[in-house]
Design a protein around this ligand. Sequence first.
Ligand code: CA
Length: 129
Amino acid sequence: MKKFQILVVEDDAPVRNLITTTLRAHDYRFITSGTGEGAVMEVASHNPDIILLDLGLPDIVEVIRRVRSWSNVPIIVISARAEDNDKIDALDAGADDYLTKPFSVEELLARLRVTQRRLALIQNVSNEQ
Ligand code: CA
């Protein structure tokens, strides 16, 4: 079975390290970016399976819109509680799900599993057509 590749977009090194350590321990592949601009380039060049996107970065809703203009890749935004309005904008712009900081490793893995199940469903439907 192919390993899922996750694009981790987060400028805070401790949060990014927590995520990448978790991914490595659970057999995911990953690439990282510390900026929204870099994220758009990574999506274009690496075509990841899922994006974890820090909502605290500047112009992040615009980043989601740009990615959505050519890609259906699932986007999970990572938000702080103070960013509730941004979370709504992010979902409206095309994000699929969100995680609120601080989150546990178990919740992160559960969100990824949910997203992988959705991807598998979409794949099955398109194979049947
Ligand atoms: Ca951040």
